[in-house]
Design a protein around this ligand. Structure first.
Ligand SMILES: Nc1ncnc2c1ncn2[C@@H]1O[C@H](COP(=O)(O)OP(=O)(O)OP(=O)(O)O)[C@@H](O)[C@H]1O
Length: 589
């Protein structure tokens, strides 16, 4: 950074970004863009003392959906133009009834800076069983969160519900608790069979999230001795899961779509067990209903009884998800939106910044920001999101060479390694997790201090969910989006969020040399894989992948940033799969 000064509003703000950027920043305040804040009196303030908020307005109208194979660098994305945001009221016309619950500011609760995620209603004021109530107490929950308060009575009535609530505000308990209540009233005979029916099926897009949901379910089941929970997520041999389901069949199943489909097709008696489903939950519903998972989900829905209760939960519910929610829910479902009309989908206590810098500076900037953050906050806990599994691996290797305390998680790691890293990161501080989108949604790592997104996220939703790994339960957090100049177009998708520009840090030559050395030490194979994955990811990006000759030039820039004079060659069949077999400038093997 040019050692610049910070132009800040003087009306307040959080001293949080100082940790990520203890150097001085220049915030760009777009003219006439702030809303709902007192007039901004810009003054020069050291960023180490205070960071202000800058609000922008305008609605993003372009939403993207992507396939789940981005991890392999073979993603596809489809641009869908919605009718605009804040559509809760329009949506009444489509189907279902929209209910809005204003999340007004509350006091400072549960250790957070913003208690607004909690309601004033205590669990013991609700019509839930003493068994559940005791478990809720043991879990340390006293008041309900806003989304729990808003959805519980309606779910207990047996209604289908589509619920939207910001990240980290307790949606898991919101669907699990009433679903468990519904199960606990089923006649005992159903539960005592040798191979009992599955009565509650929870679908999650990732293995980590499925495991986490099962852990939360176990907490709530503590006193419901006759109810059990099981997870089927893949990553282990199918036979192993089959054996454990046979040895200890449970009424609650948490699953990822691919593996559930495998069991439907290959596990004797499994489809019969699914005929007992009373409640179906799609956690991260918009993700499960997008093109990457849609087919599997449709098949799963066709395998459970039509007469059931369905609950769809997410922090983001784009218009197109409302349009297709009839795939899963009854016509008279309730849409419960706890994000107040006009409020942002992200948390106000999370400061968001973006930086636009040439690709060849990204590793140095990343190191610089991390070094400063680590030095400022002994309790640091950082997640860095990268575009693909292989780019994640590369970034983790570079940062490890630089002696930072790095862990790595993505789809190419074994499930046991993923679980180990995930458990460690949940419990620890002083760690940096470099991750692909396997950690983007739902995973609840407490006290993450900073989320960095390197490269353009798949879509607006993914940006919001990744950012949502920090600032959970009303706590402070920071987010940084690091883009190359040609990725700047993405900002129009998030221009309604409170995100401000930070100028490019001026990384000193010592740091640059150190980073170059670290990059040089990384194995060639990692670089080759990262290059291939990078090309696949951006090739499938509707904006960047449109012009192939430009894409090839940008990929060359990426390969140079890894210190390679000549971009690596790519196997012919992979180039063909990407539709890049005859593009000049690409080398093939
Ligand atoms: N009533 C409550 N009081 C205090 N803490 C709660 C309460 N309900 C849930 N929590 C805790 O809040 C945290 C966030 O919950 P959860 O992971 O369900 O959030 P979420 O809304 O599903 O987030 P995401 O959108 O990222 O999936 C968890 O640690 C959970 O244990």
């Amino acid at each position: 950074m040019a050692g610049g000064d910070l132009l800040l509003p003087t009306h307040g703000g959080l001293p949080v970004l100082a940790r990520a950027f203890p150097c001085r920043l220049r915030l760009r305040v777009p003219a006439g863009r702030h809303r709902g804040a007192p007039p901004l009196a810009a003054s020069r303030v050291d960023v180490a003392n205070v960071v202000g908020r800058v609000r922008s307005s305008g609605a993003a109208d372009t939403k993207r959906r992507r396939g789940r194979d981005t991890e392999e660098g073979l993603a596809f994305s489809k641009v869908v133009t919605s009718r605009g945001r804040g559509g809760a009221h329009e949506e009444d016309v489509v189907e279902g009834q929209a209910l809005e619950f204003a999340a007004e500011k509350g006091g400072d609760e549960a250790g957070g800076v913003d208690g607004s995620y909690l309601s004033e209603t205590r669990f013991d004021q609700c019509a839930i069983s003493p068994l559940s109530l005791n478990a809720v107490k043991d879990a340390g929950y006293e008041k309900m969160t806003q989304v729990q308060e808003a959805t519980l009575p309606i779910i207990l009535q047996g209604k289908d519900v589509l619920a939207k609530a910001k990240t980290g505000t307790g949606k898991t308990v919101a669907f699990l608790l009433p679903a468990i209540e519904a199960l606990s009233t089923l006649p005992n005979s159903r539960r005592n069979q040798l191979r009992p029916s599955i009565n509650l099926l929870v679908m999650c897009p990732t293995r980590e999230l499925a495991n986490q949901v099962a852990v939360e379910a176990k907490k709530l089941l503590k006193y419901h001795r006759s109810l059990g929970v099981q997870v089927v997520i893949g990553g282990t041999r199918l036979t192993q899961e089959q054996r454990s389901m046979q040895a200890n069949p449970c009424q609650i199943l948490v699953a990822t779509p691919g593996r559930l489909k495998d069991h439907l097709e290959n596990t004797p008696g499994f489809s019969t067990r699914l005929k007992g489903v009373k409640v179906l939950v799609l956690d991260e519903a918009d993700r499960l209903l997008d093109m990457g998972f849609r087919r599997d989900i449709e098949k799963i829905i066709a395998s459970v009884p039509r007469e059931r209760q369905t609950l769809l939960f997410s922090a983001t519910v784009p218009e197109e998800v409302r349009q297709i929610s009839h795939i899963a829910m009854k016509k008279d479902y309730k849409f419960i939106n706890t994000v107040k009309d006009g409020d942002e989908e992200t948390h106000s206590q999370v400061s968001q910044m973006f930086t636009i810098a040439p690709l060849d500076l990204h590793f140095s900037i990343l190191y610089d920001v991390l070094k400063k953050h680590v030095a400022e906050d002994a309790d640091y806990k950082v997640i860095i999101f990268c575009t693909t599994a292989m780019v994640t691996k590369l970034v983790a290797e570079i940062l490890s060479q630089l002696k930072l305390n790095i862990r790595e998680i993505h789809s190419r790691k074994s499930q046991s390694a993923r679980t180990k890293v995930s458990d460690e990161f949940r419990k620890s501080r002083g760690l940096i997790l470099v991750s692909s989108d396997v950690s983007a949604r739902g995973v609840d790592y407490p006290d993450v201090t900073l989320v960095i997104q390197v490269g353009v996220p798949a879509d607006r939703q993914q940006y919001i969910h990744r950012l949502g790994r920090t600032g959970r339960k009303g706590k402070e957090g920071q987010g940084l989006l690091l883009l190359a100049p040609w990725e700047k177009y993405f900002l129009s998708n998030i221009e309604d969020l409170s995100i401000s520009e930070a100028v490019v840090p001026s990384v000193d030559s010592n740091t640059q040399t150190k980073v170059k050395d670290a990059v040089r030490k990384v194995e060639m194979r990692s670089k080759e894989s990262a290059y291939q994955a990078w090309l696949g990811y951006y090739n499938s990006n509707k904006t960047i992948g449109r012009e192939k000759s430009r894409l090839v030039k940008l990929a060359e820039e990426f390969s140079q940033s890894m210190g390679l004079g000549v971009p690596p060659a790519i196997p012919k069949q992979i180039l063909r799969k990407m539709g890049l077999n005859n593009v000049p400038g690409l080398r093939s093997t």
